[in-house]
Design a protein around this ligand. Structure first.
Ligand code: GDP
Length: 304
């Protein structure tokens, strides 16, 4: 239900475009397909993913000859869910970390302003609610505000934070955080990093150094590299995903700010094109406004 509310704008936009695309038609013909293509592209699904969906429907039309528009919804529904990447071995379905290494090290990446700090705060809250011990690492030492914001979240949620002076080596903070997590017996260490995309070489170097030093403490770490993207920026979010995945290995996505935007279709395009599972979606500013992503629920919510 929180998902339905969060996706309200996207649903409205999507629906009106799809219904326009098939208005007055009883079968799916060329014109319907063209209109559908426009509708998907303008819902921020993205060109590549739109073509994949249209191709599937075209195949179906050829096979079934007279495909009615009433069946179109259920076919689109299936095809779109099929394009979303599953999240195997996700740590998140119930936040219980069962069978996961301890501490589970979650490295969070993304450019400033996308909702990275908020997402970390929300995650800390959820894991804590599930009875897990959480530790935060403030490795975005580039901006004083980043450390301050994360400190506020650590107080709000009631979890410890490891930080150092502004400008100190991010890898050193990450190392301290993981070391402290091991010493305290924390279940999960969540590390915030700086997201300076305009300096890609620097970003790559910084992230690989962070990874390298924490591996000295626990060779499998980081267990997850979560990229946070702002869903309300539509195709820009997809561009950022491309740039980040070129700079470092990303294992999961969090897509924020889906409330208040009609561009939620971008979730489908990003998941399909990047081939990385979406773990979470952000649907508001409150601690509880982070949902574990489930592709069936997401697509159903768009169509219901
Ligand atoms: P950061 O610079 O990436 O760490 O971004 P912040 O976490 O500071 O978030 C930037 C702004 O986006 C803040 O005003 C947040 O409250 C807001 N924000 C973050 N996530 C969401 C979300 O899912 N929905 C909405 N509506 N706002 C969000």
């Amino acid at each position: 239900q929180a998902l339905d509310e969060g996706l309200e704008k996207t649903k409205e936009g999507f629906f009106s475009k799809i219904s326009k695309a098939i208005a007055g038609k009883s079968t799916v013909d060329e014109e319907v397909l063209d209109n559908l293509e426009d509708a998907l592209i303008s819902s921020d699904v993205g060109a590549e993913t739109t073509f994949a969906i249209i191709d599937k429907i075209t195949e179906r039309v050829k096979r079934d000859k007279y495909l009615g528009t009433s069946e179109l919804n259920s076919i689109m529904h299936q095809e779109m869910a099929g394009l979303l990447v599953d999240a195997p071995g996700s740590i998140t379905s119930d936040f219980n970390l069962s069978g996961m290494p301890k501490p589970y090290v979650l490295l969070v990446v993304g450019v400033n302003g996308v909702g990275k700090t908020t997402t970390i705060g929300k995650l800390a809250h959820q894991f804590k609610l599930a009875g897990k011990s959480v530790l935060l690492g403030a490795a975005d030492t580039f901006r004083a505000a980043a450390v301050d914001q994360l400190t506020i979240w650590s107080e709000r949620v009631g979890v410890p934070i490891v930080k150092q002076a502004m400008g100190s080596d991010p890898a050193s903070v990450a190392y301290d955080a993981v070391q402290s997590g091991i010493a305290r017996g924390s279940d999960i260490v969540i590390i915030d990093t700086a997201g300076r995309l305009h300096n890609k070489a620097h970003l790559m170097e910084e992230l690989s150094k962070i990874k390298r030093v924490i591996k000295r403490l626990t060779p499998e770490a980081p267990h997850e590299v979560l990229l946070v993207l702002d869903g309300s920026t539509g195709q820009n979010a997809l561009e950022q995903a491309k740039q980040f995945t070129a700079a470092t290995e990303v294992t999961g996505l969090a897509i924020t700010k889906l409330d208040g935007t009609a561009k939620g279709g971008v979730v489908i395009g990003i998941s399909h094109q990047m081939n990385i599972p979406v773990r979470y979606v952000g649907v508001g500013e409150k601690m509880t406004d982070l949902l574990v992503f489930n592709k069936k629920e997401f697509v159903s919510s768009l169509f219901n």
